[in-house]
Design a protein. Sequence first.
Length: 364
Amino acid sequence: MSSALFDYYIFRNLYNNYLLYRIKMVFLHTLAEYIWLGGNNEFRSKTRVFNEEITRLDQFPKWNYDGSSTEQAQGTDSEVILVPRQIFTDPFRGSNHILVWCETTRPDGTYLPNSHRHWANEIFEKNKGSEPWFGLEQEYFMINTITQKPLGYDENKTQGQFYCSVGAENAFGRGLAEEHLRACVAAGIKISGINAEVAPGQWEFQIGPCTGIEEGDHMWMARYLLVYLAEKCNITIDFEPKPLAGDWNGSGCHANYSTKEMREGTVGKTGLEYIDEAIEKLSHKHMEHMAVYGSGNEQRMTGAHETASYDTFSHGVANRGASIRRGNDTVNNGKGYFEDRRPSSNCDPYLVTGMLFKTTILDE
């Protein structure tokens, strides 16, 4: 055998071994990104490599991390447990790699103070027959890390030209918003749309319709993907309800909500009557809801800029200045859903959806 032919066979064998290695890495390994909330509701994550392909939630074991580094434990007893609750396809690593959404507990099994999924799940389990559907509209600002102002901000401009806008002089950050949309779709998140909002650099994405606990799972994961992608663009995502002082809209997380009875009605009772009953119940527990609808919300809900007053409950038809809005289609059809416009952009979706169901269906 000639030297050249020998070298060819050696190269081919090495190359084939490399391809086999790559195939094993793709198909026989699973890279799992465990994701959770730190002590200030910020995202934290770390990667675990499994030397096999795993695809079911029950195959992912509990894990742990140093809670003293996330303001969730003392250094003398720092272990916090990650409990997998939902999995999504990893849209960045592709193939069979997984994003694992986790709740956090202490070693004795008690939940950390900002871990609210278990509470909401218990609420929904009390009445599965009502089939609660949710759709949340998440508003947020893209912030320039150098100027610390929203993308495209100009103090000499007024809002209005930016809403659902097109063009370099109006729409700022579309590339990131589009990448986020595609990532959510690839991950299996139930995202239903995006649009530019009223202020410069302000955008919105919608999650839903989702049933019960699913809404919170999908919203938190969609937020994570947005923050992750923004990191690559050197952009900060601001979920605060009033980043810009003055004559600018703030950011909310409006909650569209219905039950089977509201959507379909029953014998002798229309869906709209069920909706009106739910709104009446909400009117009596306004401040209880406001207490868990997000921090700093009183800065946004001033009665101006498409908001109701923070401490006064109101409702109306097609009225974006009310606490609760019923759409014209719902009223005309006698059934459908209503929109709770009070939740702020930094709300915990588990608390919002759980409270809506608790007040309107469980009468608690």
